[in-house]
Design a protein around this ligand. Structure first.
Ligand code: AMP
Length: 193
């Protein structure tokens, strides 16, 4: 079977992290969440984590070089042999180009982009209500992350929309289970190819 590498795209609070977690409990793919990897590094106080914190605490993107290096290391781990779901990556044109290159080195390519569609107002309400206690779930940081997301969309989605049939939309303004049914069907179709 060909490995399936899939990118989840959507505004903060759209539930793509939750869906990625549920998917990897169901199918044999790894989850590569750059936000979670940075938080893990920070929790362990690694030099990378401490460097990333300077950017994360103000809702800014961590520099490409650091982010790409971390993904490169993660993708080489054995649990990624059947593929992975990228959650929160790529967020810049340079990251998208680096991901293409990385996957080409592995003899594969991105199989699908799942675009979680959510109105910005709903995204804002969900982030305001989020009780995870994340340091960046603060009103001023939330506004910055929402604005940044619009920028990220401009930077990476044209690259993927240029590839016919690659981007698949999912209505994220529904319950977790409803969204999951659709996402799982999409992932399975990608893994069967
Ligand atoms: P997230 O959990 O995806 O919302 O990410 C939390 C924070 O981690 C972001 O606000 C950024 O500071 C950083 N981060 C996560 N993914 C990336 C990425 N692909 N590129 C740069 N910074 C990132």
């Amino acid at each position: 079977m060909k490995p399936a590498f899939i990118m989840f795209f959507g505004p903060p609070g759209c539930g793509k992290g939750t869906q990625a977690k549920k998917i990897v409990e169901t199918v044999d793919l790894a989850q590569i969440s750059t936000g979670e990897l940075f938080r893990k590094h920070l929790g362990e106080k690694t030099p990378l984590g401490l460097e990333a914190q300077k950017y994360m605490s103000r809702g800014a993107l961590v520099p490409d070089e650091i982010t790409i290096g971390m993904v490169r290391e993660r993708i080489m781990q054995p649990d990624c042999k059947n593929g992975a779901i990228f959650d929160g990556f790529p967020r810049t044109g340079a990251q998208a180009a680096a991901l293409d290159k990385l996957l080409a080195e592995l003899g594969t390519s991105l199989g699908m982009v799942v675009d979680f569609k959510l109105p910005i107002e709903v995204s804002r309400q969900r982030l305001m209500a989020r009780q995870e206690g994340r340091a960046d779930d603060k009103p001023e940081v939330i506004e910055k992350r929402l604005a940044d997301h619009a920028e990220v969309e401009q930077s990476v989605m044209p690259h993927y929309h240029a590839q016919a049939g690659l981007v698949r939309d999912v209505d994220a303004n529904r319950t977790i289970d409803e969204i999951f049914d659709d996402v799982l069907a999409l992932i399975k179709s990608c893994m069967d190819q």
